[in-house]
Design a protein around this ligand. Structure first.
Ligand SMILES: Nc1ncnc2c1ncn2[C@@H]1O[C@H](COP(=O)(O)OP(=O)(O)OP(=O)(O)O)[C@@H](O)[C@H]1O
Length: 718
């Protein structure tokens, strides 16, 4: 039954990593793999489109301990011979960090803080951060030991160094990415421009921040946490902290809101320098961010790749803004008649542009305004007025337009086509002309609800001058990460040899047969007391499985990724004796499953993967819930000939044929196993192409907008 698969990097046999390297850092041919030579690693991961010849992830071979960890799997002999220049540099840095350890241990808390202050001073006066790295990292390690009772392992130090150098560190699930993150966050924060850690949800942001705060505080740093419901002042405070934890989405929205605010304020400033007047009222708001300096992205594959396609959009018009615009149109229309040509405005013969004269502007300022109109910037009021005058003079009822009731009986403007004289139903004038006419005719004003600002996750992170990422499963996306974000992926070895065992795939004809086999295996494991975690692709499937488990009298919990916080707690407890947990693949990601006493001896937790996900890395997230930190554990992939992945990979026709084969099949179908992974790779490649097309279009759009002087984030068409 048990067949460990050496092609899977998650189940590196002891003393050997996924690249097939042994503990001495030598590959099977007896040569020493250097960091730059990673083809073996990528091949073993089966990542990247086949045949592109590009290395995927760079693997650091595991090696002996640094002596303090009490493990035999540190990085001591990692760099033994023939290492690349980068590795040699890292070795020197690690040695210098380690050399400082005894000295720092002997110092009291206040001298640690003094050292930290001195580092900050040096960083601010322009000293290179790379020169400060050894002392900074040694300090963080010592602070971690004192404040959290966790001393960064050597592999975590290496992870921290590669993060500082702008890489994506691939650290297996459970290897302590949260603690590793403190290293580059601390170092980058020293220059005083902030250091951000982006996670996938509010819960993780808060949990990780609170967990690491005592460490940062020992070194005199402050920690800010951004949560979705936070108001502007508390966000500003969080960004003012030395280190800020939040979700990628919140960082994106804050960037957009700040940008909108800054644009509005630029206008206001111009006006103040000109002829500031009563009627002018700035909101006095300040941006919440202090700029974007360094961002460390947790679960980098998920945020930088899966979510990269999602644009973050701020709807332009909140209710008050809408009301304000509507009132300003009306105010301008009511007053349009009062302006005299030449005295208050001029018309450019060529461009037909209306422009207010100094007296015209004076008039705008002196006119009576409601409170709402008073809060509109002066430049905007001038524009509204110029447009209203133009409409008043040039757009005539029953000539350029008619007013007719629409289907709902409400009067609306219908344009008369100037060439044919016919009504051009559904067409609208642009640039506010249509609304100005509606105001003139006292109709309902159709203020567009369009987006005020948008940014994609991709754009957001590309704006950070220093970007790094951490993940348990980046290798399959290494090529994409490097291509888009210029972040090389470095695989960091585990602190202890992984002992997760992959059991042979189990292939069935239909979903129901598959589920029956899953329930059977769960019952078997459950009788032995081993905890079982079952991951499904969708909520409805977890419901079916849950019902089947009920029928067999198996007590279990079902999680559907509805309440992240509650679920994290349940997943954390999923390592209890005899526990059975059914979850969608995404539930509980990033949650540490602690094994109850005695479970390790039974073989640890068993994970059942009920179906392949569109992206292999999501499957690996689930698998990574077991066998953490060198614990024992096992997992098995279940497959059926009516699985969705076959349709996605091979198209509906072939999927249908396979389904028919499956329905006719009597028993398990092991010979079909490889086909499923092939289908998954096809789906992954399709998504990859889609993302590249999106990236291309976004780039083109931004280029064009910049050429015509627009802000690509704010002046985006709906
Ligand atoms: N240096 C250390 N010393 C002691 N314990 C550690 C150390 N590093 C990590 N741990 C422990 O390892 C466990 C896993 O840590 P963490 O949750 O940060 O892992 P992770 O890599 O983020 O996992 P995932 O990929 O699942 O999110 C935690 O319980 C943590 O306390």
């Amino acid at each position: 039954m048990s067949a460990s698969n050496p092609a899977d990097p998650l189940i590196q046999p002891s003393g050997q990593d996924a690249a097939g390297q042994n503990a001495a850092g030598q590959d099977a041919s007896g040569q020493n793999p250097s960091l730059a030579d990673s083809t073996a690693a990528s091949a073993s991961l089966g990542s990247g489109p086949a045949g592109d010849g590009e290395p995927s992830a760079t693997a650091i071979p595991p090696a002996a301990s640094d002596g303090r960890d009490g493990t035999s799997h540190g990085v001591g002999s990692l760099f033994a011979t023939g290492a690349s220049p980068r590795m040699l540099r890292w070795r020197r840095q690690l040695q210098r960090i380690n050399q400082m350890e005894d000295e720092l241990r002997s110092e009291d808390d206040s001298s640690l803080r003094k050292r930290s202050l001195a580092l900050r001073y040096r960083a601010k006066s322009g000293e290179k951060l790379s020169a400060l790295l050894p002392e900074a990292y040694a300090l963080v390690r010592e602070a971690g030991r004192r404040a959290l009772n966790m001393r960064h392992y050597d592999v975590q130090m290496i992870g921290g160094i590669c993060l500082f150098e702008g890489c994506v560190a691939e650290m297996q699930t459970g290897e302590g990415k949260t603690l590793t993150a403190t290293l580059p966050l601390y170092l980058h924060s020293l220059v005083g421009k902030g250091a951000h850690l982006a996670t996938v949800n509010d819960y993780l942001a808060k949990r990780d921040a609170q967990w690491m705060t005592p460490l940062f505080e020992r070194l005199g740093l402050t920690v800010g946490i951004i949560q979705t419901p936070d108001d502007q002042p508390s966000r500003r405070k969080s960004y003012a902290a030395s280190v800020t934890y939040g979700t990628a989405k919140e960082f994106g929205f804050d960037f957009l809101r700040d940008r909108l605010l800054l644009r509005a304020q630029n206008r206001l400033q111009t006006e103040m320098l000109g002829d500031g007047e009563d009627g002018f009222s700035g909101s006095g708001d300040q941006p919440v961010m202090r700029g974007m300096h360094f961002c460390l992205v947790d679960e980098a594959d998920s945020i930088l790749i899966d979510e990269a396609r999602t644009p973050l959009i701020i709807g332009s018009l909140e209710d008050t803004v809408r009301d304000q615009i509507v009132e300003t149109y009306r105010w301008a229309a009511e007053n349009a008649k009062a302006y005299e040509i030449d005295e208050h405005f001029t018309i450019d013969d060529e461009t037909k542009r209306y422009e207010l004269t100094a007296r015209g502007r004076q008039k705008v300022r002196s006119l009576k305004k409601s409170d709402l109109v008073r809060t509109v910037g002066l430049v905007d009021l001038y524009e509204f007025t110029e447009r209203a005058i133009k409409v008043h003079r040039e757009f005539l009822l029953d000539r350029q337009y008619v007013v007719r009731p629409n289907q709902e009986g409400k009067d609306e403007i219908v344009i008369v086509d100037e060439f044919t004289g016919r009504l051009a139903e559904g067409r609208k004038w642009r640039d506010g002309i249509h609304q100005a006419i509606e105001a003139k005719e006292s109709l309902e004003i159709s203020v567009p609800t369009g987006q005020a600002a948008r940014i994609t996750i991709q754009d957001l992170f590309l704006r950070y001058p220093h970007l790094a990422g951490m993940t348990g499963t980046a290798a399959t996306s290494a090529r994409e990460l490097r291509k888009i974000y210029r972040t090389p992926v470095i695989r960091v070895p585990t602190n202890r040899p992984p002992r997760r065992v992959q059991l042979a795939d189990s292939v069935h004809g239909t979903m129901m047969k598959k589920f029956e086999a899953i329930v059977e295996e769960t019952v078997e494991m459950n009788q032995g007391g081993r905890p079982v975690l079952i991951g499904t692709r969708s909520i409805d499937k977890s419901v079916i499985l849950s019902r089947m488990l009920d029928e067999r009298g198996i007590e279990h919990q079902v999680l559907n990724a509805n309440n992240v916080e509650a679920e994290a707690e349940i997943v954390e407890a999923a390592g209890g004796k005899g526990k059975v947990t059914v979850a969608t693949n995404m539930a509980g990601r990033g949650t540490d499953v602690k094994l109850a006493a005695g479970v390790e001896g039974m073989g640890g937790m068993h994970v059942i993967c009920t179906e392949l996900h569109d992206a292999a890395r999501v499957d690996r997230q689930l698998i990574g819930r077991c066998g953490r930190q060198g614990d024992r554990g096992s997992y098995r992939q279940y497959l059926a000939l009516d699985d969705d992945i076959l349709k996605g990979g091979f198209g509906p026709d072939r999927a249908e044929r396979l389904k028919t084969v499956g329905e006719a099949a009597a028993g398990p179908l092991p010979s079909y196993a490889a086909m499923f992974r092939k289908a998954q790779r096809k789906v992954e490649r399709k998504h990859f192409r889609d993302r590249m097309v999106l990236l291309h279009h976004e780039r083109e759009r931004k280029k064009i907008q910049r050429e015509i002087g627009q802000d690509p984030y704010l002046d985006t068409p709906d």
